[in-house]
Design a binder for this molecule. Structure first.
Ligand code: GLN
Length: 541
């Protein structure tokens, strides 16, 4: 690299006024721009809640739980980081208050603080600072971007803001604070209003932190006068007031931020060179294809959390990537599994050229998923079953083809006479819920000659997991003999990882989660081929 990089720079992204302003996307977009200039960047999310990780959280509470290669159950923003940067994250990239306190309390019990009163300052803040600096160790990255969850002013985010204050004091210009706020448009007054931003910055100042850059989320462009007003009231220069206007795709945000020179201002303030232009050629090509699809295809996603799109974030984004690879816009219909039954299934799924059945836990909506799979199998509609979706496909086939009428997963029916999906042996001795599933990336050997082998173009793959139940190998021969074949296995345990149906244009179930590893730079091959098959199906109709 041709720029002087002595030490890692730390960029903090805080949020003001309201949640859901898109801190994760702003962080990922800035990271993308810095990466496109040749810098190495990682992004970390600090979440102020007390759960150790989001693995035990209901998706209604916090959206999808994203799983990293090393098996951490993390915040869904890490998915955005990976999709934008195409660089894997790890456990170190997501830390919660729960984990911070757990570490401090363990140290206290061990006697590490013997004699001292253990307090929020300095012990909790020291642990927070340690977790932030850990990523910058050995100058592994030029930039560590740390996104603080929640909104400034929340009681629970105080120790994080205090840690930023201390780090800024210790490291000076190696630290940069970007505050994301809202500039609302009041229709009655026909005006953009800066007061919420002023108040939010005031709250930061009360905590001793002066934001260096303000990113202002807005539905209307910020004019010169508004920028100057915000600059004046918030002690920043007008070039550090960055507009973040609403847009119809998260993937446009890096380009919008480039136009607003967010990267240049950040580089200047951290005293880093900006002597090359960001190379965004591939990104722009992706955007062009995204915006200029040659065709559209209707795909259904069947799940029980469809009211909340965040619950299926990675699947939805993977379908966007795959659509773009196929020069095709995926019209996604979200279908509530509880609303489908054998009688109305046709009404819900008619006109779809592909059906995805989502991952999940528990009994709710299972019958709807099974009815949807049956419809896809019988009508030769491309079907993609992910984790629980694959398990439901196994149950459907057992009941309707193998005639094992009461077959089920022991998760839903522990007394089933035909437990085609059963508790994994390694899970039997576990009784704690948090972080105890089969988690993270495991190898899988794909059978040569199988459909999936053709799609991946290789035999040894590695995919991420999050489950407790598995295909019951007692039934393996019966399934294989009847045309629903296991075509991928874990090499060490023989655990079935992939099932595919013969005599069907595209019917694949996977025990793993391919959606976690689809990125803009590398759309996941299974999603790409599934969308291709859906396009084929649409064209034949
Ligand atoms: N509930 C199922 C299991 O634990 C599926 C999990 C999932 O879909 N992620 O095996």
């Amino acid at each position: 690299m041709n720029h002087p990089t002595e030490t890692t720079k730390y960029i903090f992204v805080t949020g003001g006024v309201t949640s859901s302003l898109g801190k994760g996307i702003i962080s990922a977009s800035l990271a993308k721009l810095l990466q496109a200039r040749g810098y190495s960047v990682t992004i970390q999310k600090l979440d102020p809640y007390i759960n150790i990780d989001p693995g035990t959280l209901n998706p209604y509470e916090h959206g999808e739980c994203y799983v990293t290669v090393d098996g951490a159950e993390t915040d869904l923003d890490l998915g955005h980081y990976e999709r934008f940067l195409n660089v894997p994250t790890t456990q170190a990239n997501n830390v919660t208050t729960g984990r911070i306190y757990q570490t401090v309390i363990e140290k206290e019990r061990r006697g590490d603080y013997l004699g001292e009163t253990v307090q929020v300052i300095p012990h909790i803040t020291d642990e927070i600072k340690h977790r932030i600096k850990l990523l910058g160790e050995n100058n592994q990255y030029d930039f560590v971007i740390t996104e603080i969850g929640g909104t400034v002013g929340d009681i629970e985010s105080l120790p994080y803001i205090e840690s930023i204050r201390q780090l800024k004091w210790e490291m000076g210009p190696r630290c940069l604070v970007i505050h994301l706020t809202l500039v609302p448009y009041l229709a009655a007054a026909k005006e953009l209003k800066t007061k919420p931003t002023q108040h939010s910055v005031k709250t930061m100042l009360e905590y001793g932190v002066q934001p260096d850059i303000l990113v202002c989320r807005t539905e209307r462009p910020l004019n010169e006068a508004i920028r100057n007003k915000i600059a004046l009231f918030c002690n920043v220069d007008a070039t550090s007031v960055i507009e973040s206007i609403d847009t119809n795709s998260i993937y446009k945000v890096p380009i919008l931020m480039k136009e607003e020179k967010l990267d240049l201002v950040a580089l200047k303030k951290t005293r880093m060179a900006a002597n090359c232009k960001p190379d965004l050629e591939k990104w722009e090509e992706f955007l062009f294809r995204l915006e200029n699809p040659a065709k559209t295809v209707n795909i259904g996603l069947v799940g029980k959390y469809v009211e909340l799109v965040d619950a299926y974030k990675s699947i939805i984004e993977s379908l966007i990537h795959a659509g773009t690879s196929n020069d095709c816009k995926v019209n996604l219909k979200l279908i509530h599994s509880e609303e489908i039954n054998r009688v109305n299934v046709k009404k819900h799924l008619e006109g779809l050229s592909g059906i995805v059945v989502a991952p999940g836990f528990g009994d709710r909506g299972i019958d709807g998923k099974i009815a949807a799979i049956s419809y896809a199998r019988r009508n030769k509609i491309p079907f993609f079953g992910i984790c629980l979706g694959m398990q439901c496909a196994v149950v459907e086939f057992a009941r309707n083809v193998l005639n094992l009428k009461k077959a089920h997963s022991t998760e839903m029916d522990p007394g089933t006479p035909d437990p085609v999906i059963d508790f994994m042996e390694e899970q039997k001795k576990i009784n704690m819920k948090g972080g105890t599933m089969r988690l993270g990336a495991f190898p899988c050997v794909v059978n040569p000659g199988s459909k999936v082998h053709g799609i991946y173009g290789k035999e040894l793959i590695s995919e991420r997991h999050r489950h407790r139940y598995e295909f019951n190998n007692t039934y393996l021969k019966l399934f294989n003999d009847n045309g629903f074949e296991a075509s991928g296995f874990n090499p060490g345990t023989d655990l079935v990882e992939i099932m595919e149906l013969k005599n069907h244009p595209w019917f694949v179930g996977v025990q793993f989660h391919p959606e976690y590893s689809s990125t803009v730079a590398q759309p996941h091959p299974l999603f790409v081929d599934f969308v291709r098959a859906a396009v084929d199906k649409a064209e034949k109709n």
